[in-house]
Write a protein that binds this ligand. Sequence first.
Ligand SMILES: Cc1ncc(COP(=O)(O)O)c(C=O)c1O
Length: 361
Amino acid sequence: MSNTKSRIFLSPPFVGAAERAAVARAFDSGYVAPCGPQVDEFERMLAKLAGRKYAVAVSSGTAAIDLLMAELGVDETWTVFAPTLTFIATVGPAFHRGARLVFADSDATGNIDVSLLEKALGSLRAKKALVVGVDLYGNCCDYGAIAKLCRKFGAVFVTDAAEAVGAMREGRPAGSAGLAGVYSFNGNKIITTSGGGAIVTDDRGLAERARKRAQQSREKCVWYEHKEVGYNYRLSNILAALGLAQLGRLPAILRKREANFKWYAKNWKGDLLAPTPGANHWLTVALLASRRERDRLLRRFAAADIEARPVWKPLHLQPVFAKCRVFGGEVAEALFERGVCLPSGTGLKSGDFARIETCIS
Ligand SMILES: Cc1ncc(COP(=O)(O)O)c(C=O)c1O
Protein backbone atom coordinates (compact mmCIF):
# COMPACT_ATOMS: atom_id res chain seq x y z
CA MET A 1 0.00 0.00 0.00
CA SER A 2 2.52 2.60 1.06
CA ASN A 3 6.05 2.90 -0.25
CA THR A 4 7.65 2.15 3.10
CA LYS A 5 10.15 -0.72 3.12
CA SER A 6 12.15 -1.32 6.24
CA ARG A 7 12.81 2.36 6.90
CA ILE A 8 9.91 4.13 8.56
CA PHE A 9 9.51 7.57 7.02
CA LEU A 10 8.09 10.67 8.63
CA SER A 11 5.15 11.06 6.25
CA PRO A 12 5.57 9.09 3.03
CA PRO A 13 3.06 9.05 0.17
CA PHE A 14 0.11 6.74 0.81
CA VAL A 15 -0.88 5.51 -2.63
CA GLY A 16 -2.11 2.23 -4.05
CA ALA A 17 -4.33 0.60 -6.64
CA ALA A 18 -6.83 3.48 -6.82
CA GLU A 19 -4.07 5.98 -7.67
CA ARG A 20 -2.43 3.60 -10.15
CA ALA A 21 -5.77 3.06 -11.92
CA ALA A 22 -6.58 6.79 -11.99
CA VAL A 23 -3.19 7.62 -13.53
CA ALA A 24 -3.57 4.80 -16.05
CA ARG A 25 -7.05 6.04 -17.03
CA ALA A 26 -5.75 9.56 -17.57
CA PHE A 27 -2.86 8.14 -19.59
CA ASP A 28 -5.13 5.98 -21.73
CA SER A 29 -7.55 8.84 -22.34
CA GLY A 30 -4.78 10.63 -24.23
CA TYR A 31 -4.63 13.60 -21.85
CA VAL A 32 -0.96 13.27 -21.13
CA ALA A 33 -0.40 16.97 -21.94
CA PRO A 34 -0.59 19.41 -19.02
CA CYS A 35 -4.26 20.38 -19.53
CA GLY A 36 -7.13 17.94 -19.42
CA PRO A 37 -10.40 17.00 -17.75
CA GLN A 38 -8.77 15.68 -14.58
CA VAL A 39 -7.21 19.09 -13.91
CA ASP A 40 -10.65 20.71 -14.22
CA GLU A 41 -12.24 18.11 -11.96
CA PHE A 42 -9.40 18.31 -9.42
CA GLU A 43 -9.87 22.08 -9.27
CA ARG A 44 -13.63 21.67 -8.73
CA MET A 45 -13.04 19.22 -5.89
CA LEU A 46 -10.36 21.39 -4.27
CA ALA A 47 -12.58 24.45 -4.35
CA LYS A 48 -15.32 22.40 -2.67
CA LEU A 49 -12.92 21.12 -0.03
CA ALA A 50 -11.75 24.66 0.75
CA GLY A 51 -15.28 26.11 0.75
CA ARG A 52 -14.10 28.43 -2.02
CA LYS A 53 -15.49 29.29 -5.43
CA TYR A 54 -12.29 28.63 -7.39
CA ALA A 55 -9.11 26.58 -7.30
CA VAL A 56 -6.06 26.76 -9.56
CA ALA A 57 -3.95 23.60 -9.59
CA VAL A 58 -0.22 24.18 -10.04
CA SER A 59 3.08 22.34 -9.89
CA SER A 60 3.87 23.02 -6.21
CA GLY A 61 2.77 24.91 -3.14
CA THR A 62 5.72 27.24 -3.67
CA ALA A 63 4.50 27.98 -7.21
CA ALA A 64 1.06 28.77 -5.77
CA ILE A 65 2.61 31.24 -3.30
CA ASP A 66 4.71 32.75 -6.09
CA LEU A 67 1.62 33.26 -8.25
CA LEU A 68 -0.10 35.03 -5.37
CA MET A 69 2.91 37.33 -4.98
CA ALA A 70 2.76 38.07 -8.71
CA GLU A 71 -0.96 38.76 -8.48
CA LEU A 72 -0.49 41.20 -5.61
CA GLY A 73 2.50 42.85 -7.29
CA VAL A 74 4.69 42.20 -4.27
CA ASP A 75 8.03 43.97 -4.68
CA GLU A 76 10.54 45.95 -2.61
CA THR A 77 7.82 48.43 -1.61
CA TRP A 78 5.94 45.69 0.29
CA THR A 79 6.33 44.40 3.83
CA VAL A 80 5.43 40.75 4.30
CA PHE A 81 4.55 39.54 7.80
CA ALA A 82 4.79 35.82 8.53
CA PRO A 83 5.29 33.48 11.47
CA THR A 84 8.92 32.69 12.15
CA LEU A 85 8.06 29.01 12.74
CA THR A 86 7.44 27.78 9.24
CA PHE A 87 9.05 26.33 6.15
CA ILE A 88 11.07 28.76 4.05
CA ALA A 89 8.66 28.50 1.10
CA THR A 90 6.12 30.60 3.02
CA VAL A 91 8.28 33.67 2.39
CA GLY A 92 10.71 32.55 -0.35
CA PRO A 93 8.69 34.02 -3.25
CA ALA A 94 8.30 37.37 -1.41
CA PHE A 95 12.03 37.37 -0.67
CA HIS A 96 12.84 36.84 -4.35
CA ARG A 97 10.68 39.84 -5.18
CA GLY A 98 12.66 42.04 -2.79
CA ALA A 99 9.94 42.48 -0.16
CA ARG A 100 10.87 43.33 3.40
CA LEU A 101 10.23 40.27 5.57
CA VAL A 102 9.06 40.63 9.17
CA PHE A 103 8.61 37.63 11.42
CA ALA A 104 6.41 37.13 14.47
CA ASP A 105 6.78 34.52 17.19
CA SER A 106 4.52 31.54 17.87
CA ASP A 107 1.99 31.19 20.63
CA ALA A 108 1.60 27.92 22.58
CA THR A 109 -0.05 26.23 19.56
CA GLY A 110 3.05 26.89 17.45
CA ASN A 111 1.06 29.19 15.17
CA ILE A 112 1.60 32.93 14.88
CA ASP A 113 1.07 34.88 18.09
CA VAL A 114 -1.70 37.27 17.10
CA SER A 115 -0.75 39.87 19.73
CA LEU A 116 2.79 40.01 18.37
CA LEU A 117 1.48 40.24 14.82
CA GLU A 118 -0.60 43.20 15.98
CA LYS A 119 2.48 44.77 17.52
CA ALA A 120 4.42 44.24 14.30
CA LEU A 121 1.69 45.68 12.07
CA GLY A 122 1.13 48.57 14.45
CA SER A 123 4.72 49.58 14.89
CA LEU A 124 5.75 49.32 11.23
CA ARG A 125 2.56 50.78 9.70
CA ALA A 126 3.61 49.57 6.26
CA LYS A 127 1.71 51.15 3.35
CA LYS A 128 1.72 47.87 1.44
CA ALA A 129 1.43 45.03 3.92
CA LEU A 130 0.79 41.36 3.37
CA VAL A 131 0.20 38.85 6.15
CA VAL A 132 0.85 35.20 5.29
CA GLY A 133 -0.84 33.08 7.93
CA VAL A 134 0.47 29.53 8.23
CA ASP A 135 -1.37 26.42 9.44
CA LEU A 136 1.55 24.74 11.20
CA TYR A 137 1.64 20.95 10.95
CA GLY A 138 -2.06 20.90 10.07
CA ASN A 139 -3.24 23.18 12.89
CA CYS A 140 -5.14 26.11 11.45
CA CYS A 141 -4.01 29.53 12.63
CA ASP A 142 -6.54 31.92 14.14
CA TYR A 143 -8.22 33.00 10.91
CA GLY A 144 -10.77 35.27 12.54
CA ALA A 145 -8.29 37.20 14.68
CA ILE A 146 -5.76 37.59 11.86
CA ALA A 147 -8.41 38.73 9.38
CA LYS A 148 -9.57 41.32 11.91
CA LEU A 149 -6.04 42.65 12.34
CA CYS A 150 -5.53 42.80 8.60
CA ARG A 151 -8.70 44.85 8.23
CA LYS A 152 -7.56 47.18 11.03
CA PHE A 153 -4.15 47.79 9.45
CA GLY A 154 -5.16 47.63 5.79
CA ALA A 155 -3.06 44.53 5.15
CA VAL A 156 -3.79 41.81 2.61
CA PHE A 157 -4.30 38.39 4.22
CA VAL A 158 -3.48 35.07 2.55
CA THR A 159 -3.07 31.67 4.17
CA ASP A 160 -0.33 29.14 3.61
CA ALA A 161 -2.37 25.99 4.26
CA ALA A 162 0.27 23.80 2.59
CA GLU A 163 0.30 21.43 5.58
CA ALA A 164 -3.39 21.68 6.42
CA VAL A 165 -5.39 20.12 3.58
CA GLY A 166 -8.57 18.74 5.16
CA ALA A 167 -8.17 20.61 8.44
CA MET A 168 -10.83 22.93 9.91
CA ARG A 169 -10.93 25.93 12.20
CA GLU A 170 -14.18 26.86 13.92
CA GLY A 171 -16.25 25.31 11.15
CA ARG A 172 -14.12 26.79 8.34
CA PRO A 173 -11.88 24.69 6.12
CA ALA A 174 -8.15 25.32 5.92
CA GLY A 175 -7.52 27.64 2.98
CA SER A 176 -10.86 29.41 3.34
CA ALA A 177 -9.57 32.55 5.05
CA GLY A 178 -8.35 35.77 3.51
CA LEU A 179 -8.01 36.65 -0.15
CA ALA A 180 -6.66 33.20 -1.01
CA GLY A 181 -5.25 30.02 0.49
CA VAL A 182 -2.47 27.78 -0.70
CA TYR A 183 -2.24 23.98 -0.57
CA SER A 184 0.72 21.69 -1.17
CA PHE A 185 0.53 18.16 -2.54
CA ASN A 186 4.19 17.42 -2.12
CA GLY A 187 5.09 13.77 -1.51
CA ASN A 188 5.14 14.16 2.27
CA LYS A 189 1.83 16.01 2.59
CA ILE A 190 -1.54 14.69 3.73
CA ILE A 191 -2.48 13.99 0.12
CA THR A 192 0.01 14.02 -2.72
CA THR A 193 0.25 14.46 -6.45
CA SER A 194 3.93 13.54 -6.22
CA GLY A 195 4.54 17.28 -6.46
CA GLY A 196 1.82 19.87 -6.74
CA GLY A 197 -0.11 22.67 -5.14
CA ALA A 198 -3.11 24.93 -5.54
CA ILE A 199 -4.51 28.37 -4.93
CA VAL A 200 -8.04 28.45 -3.55
CA THR A 201 -9.99 31.71 -3.61
CA ASP A 202 -13.40 33.31 -4.03
CA ASP A 203 -11.95 35.95 -6.34
CA ARG A 204 -12.74 34.98 -9.89
CA GLY A 205 -10.38 37.55 -11.43
CA LEU A 206 -7.52 36.33 -9.25
CA ALA A 207 -8.18 32.70 -10.20
CA GLU A 208 -8.33 33.49 -13.90
CA ARG A 209 -5.21 35.64 -13.86
CA ALA A 210 -3.30 33.04 -11.81
CA ARG A 211 -4.33 30.29 -14.23
CA LYS A 212 -3.16 32.39 -17.15
CA ARG A 213 0.13 33.35 -15.46
CA ALA A 214 0.73 29.66 -14.72
CA GLN A 215 0.61 29.03 -18.48
CA GLN A 216 3.13 31.62 -19.70
CA SER A 217 0.47 34.35 -19.75
CA ARG A 218 -0.48 33.39 -23.23
CA GLU A 219 -3.29 35.46 -24.74
CA LYS A 220 -6.29 33.75 -26.35
CA CYS A 221 -4.98 33.83 -29.89
CA VAL A 222 -3.89 31.26 -32.48
CA TRP A 223 -0.29 32.40 -32.36
CA TYR A 224 1.70 33.00 -29.17
CA GLU A 225 0.75 36.49 -28.07
CA HIS A 226 1.95 37.93 -24.74
CA LYS A 227 1.06 41.17 -23.00
CA GLU A 228 2.97 40.07 -19.90
CA VAL A 229 5.57 37.45 -19.01
CA GLY A 230 4.18 34.46 -17.12
CA TYR A 231 5.39 31.17 -15.66
CA ASN A 232 5.15 27.49 -16.43
CA TYR A 233 3.47 26.38 -13.21
CA ARG A 234 0.47 24.34 -14.32
CA LEU A 235 -0.20 20.92 -12.76
CA SER A 236 -0.20 18.14 -15.33
CA ASN A 237 -3.36 16.18 -16.08
CA ILE A 238 -1.72 12.90 -15.07
CA LEU A 239 -0.86 14.29 -11.65
CA ALA A 240 -4.33 15.77 -11.25
CA ALA A 241 -5.70 12.25 -11.76
CA LEU A 242 -3.46 11.09 -8.93
CA GLY A 243 -4.72 13.98 -6.80
CA LEU A 244 -8.35 13.06 -7.45
CA ALA A 245 -7.76 9.51 -6.28
CA GLN A 246 -6.06 10.87 -3.18
CA LEU A 247 -8.95 13.23 -2.45
CA GLY A 248 -11.23 10.19 -2.52
CA ARG A 249 -9.21 8.76 0.34
CA LEU A 250 -8.97 11.96 2.35
CA PRO A 251 -11.62 11.08 4.99
CA ALA A 252 -9.88 7.76 5.70
CA ILE A 253 -6.47 9.46 5.72
CA LEU A 254 -7.68 12.01 8.26
CA ARG A 255 -9.08 9.25 10.49
CA LYS A 256 -5.76 7.39 10.37
CA ARG A 257 -3.72 10.51 11.12
CA GLU A 258 -5.91 11.20 14.13
CA ALA A 259 -5.48 7.60 15.25
CA ASN A 260 -1.71 8.06 14.98
CA PHE A 261 -1.93 11.13 17.19
CA LYS A 262 -4.02 9.22 19.71
CA TRP A 263 -1.49 6.41 19.75
CA TYR A 264 1.25 8.89 20.64
CA ALA A 265 -0.97 10.58 23.23
CA LYS A 266 -1.31 7.18 24.92
CA ASN A 267 2.21 5.87 24.49
CA TRP A 268 4.45 8.93 24.68
CA LYS A 269 4.99 9.80 28.30
CA GLY A 270 6.09 13.38 27.72
CA ASP A 271 4.31 16.40 26.24
CA LEU A 272 2.93 16.71 22.73
CA LEU A 273 2.26 19.91 20.84
CA ALA A 274 -1.50 20.15 21.38
CA PRO A 275 -3.40 20.09 18.08
CA THR A 276 -5.96 22.83 17.55
CA PRO A 277 -9.57 21.56 17.26
CA GLY A 278 -10.16 20.40 13.68
CA ALA A 279 -6.46 19.77 12.99
CA ASN A 280 -5.64 17.27 10.25
CA HIS A 281 -2.85 15.76 12.44
CA TRP A 282 -0.40 15.94 9.55
CA LEU A 283 2.54 15.59 11.92
CA THR A 284 2.47 14.78 15.62
CA VAL A 285 5.10 16.72 17.56
CA ALA A 286 6.75 15.56 20.80
CA LEU A 287 8.09 18.20 23.17
CA LEU A 288 11.21 17.16 25.06
CA ALA A 289 12.64 18.73 28.18
CA SER A 290 15.72 20.16 26.46
CA ARG A 291 17.72 20.27 23.26
CA ARG A 292 19.89 17.49 24.61
CA GLU A 293 16.84 15.27 25.19
CA ARG A 294 15.57 16.14 21.71
CA ASP A 295 18.86 15.09 20.16
CA ARG A 296 18.93 11.91 22.19
CA LEU A 297 15.49 10.93 20.88
CA LEU A 298 16.50 11.79 17.31
CA ARG A 299 19.58 9.57 17.68
CA ARG A 300 17.42 6.70 18.94
CA PHE A 301 15.13 6.99 15.94
CA ALA A 302 18.07 7.23 13.54
CA ALA A 303 19.63 4.08 15.00
CA ALA A 304 16.33 2.23 14.43
CA ASP A 305 16.14 3.48 10.81
CA ILE A 306 13.12 5.61 11.60
CA GLU A 307 12.79 9.11 10.24
CA ALA A 308 12.01 11.85 12.76
CA ARG A 309 12.95 15.52 12.53
CA PRO A 310 13.36 18.58 14.67
CA VAL A 311 10.57 21.14 14.43
CA TRP A 312 11.18 23.85 11.78
CA LYS A 313 14.17 25.97 12.63
CA PRO A 314 12.63 29.45 13.03
CA LEU A 315 13.19 31.68 10.02
CA HIS A 316 14.67 34.51 12.11
CA LEU A 317 17.49 32.10 13.06
CA GLN A 318 18.25 31.26 9.43
CA PRO A 319 21.49 32.87 8.26
CA VAL A 320 19.79 34.16 5.10
CA PHE A 321 17.27 36.13 7.18
CA ALA A 322 19.69 37.37 9.83
CA LYS A 323 18.87 41.01 9.03
CA CYS A 324 15.09 40.59 9.14
CA ARG A 325 13.07 42.05 11.99
CA VAL A 326 11.44 39.59 14.39
CA PHE A 327 8.83 40.31 17.04
CA GLY A 328 9.48 37.95 19.94
CA GLY A 329 11.03 34.67 18.88
CA GLU A 330 11.64 32.83 22.14
CA VAL A 331 8.60 30.56 21.90
CA ALA A 332 9.51 29.38 18.40
CA GLU A 333 13.13 28.95 19.48
CA ALA A 334 12.03 26.77 22.39
CA LEU A 335 9.80 24.70 20.10
CA PHE A 336 12.75 24.17 17.78
CA GLU A 337 15.03 23.25 20.68
CA ARG A 338 12.56 20.83 22.23
CA GLY A 339 10.33 19.61 19.41
CA VAL A 340 10.53 16.39 17.41
CA CYS A 341 8.21 15.65 14.48
CA LEU A 342 7.28 12.01 14.99
CA PRO A 343 6.59 9.46 12.25
CA SER A 344 3.00 10.23 11.28
CA GLY A 345 2.39 8.46 7.97
CA THR A 346 -1.01 7.17 6.92
CA GLY A 347 0.51 3.76 6.25
CA LEU A 348 1.86 3.16 9.77
CA LYS A 349 1.02 -0.37 10.92
CA SER A 350 1.14 -2.08 14.29
CA GLY A 351 4.60 -3.49 13.55
CA ASP A 352 5.82 0.04 12.82
CA PHE A 353 4.35 1.29 16.08
CA ALA A 354 6.10 -1.51 17.91
CA ARG A 355 9.42 -0.28 16.50
CA ILE A 356 8.55 3.34 17.30
CA GLU A 357 7.61 2.34 20.85
CA THR A 358 11.06 0.97 21.54
CA CYS A 359 12.49 4.41 20.69
CA ILE A 360 10.11 6.49 22.75
CA SER A 361 9.88 4.43 25.91
C1 LIG B 1 4.25 25.68 5.31
C2 LIG B 1 4.66 25.30 3.92
N1 LIG B 1 4.58 26.23 2.96
C3 LIG B 1 4.89 25.93 1.69
C4 LIG B 1 5.34 24.68 1.32
C5 LIG B 1 5.76 24.47 -0.07
O1 LIG B 1 5.05 23.49 -0.73
P1 LIG B 1 5.73 22.68 -1.95
O2 LIG B 1 6.75 21.77 -1.37
O3 LIG B 1 4.60 21.98 -2.57
O4 LIG B 1 6.35 23.71 -2.85
C6 LIG B 1 5.45 23.68 2.32
C7 LIG B 1 5.88 22.30 2.05
O5 LIG B 1 6.69 21.87 1.40
C8 LIG B 1 5.13 24.01 3.65
O6 LIG B 1 5.25 23.09 4.62
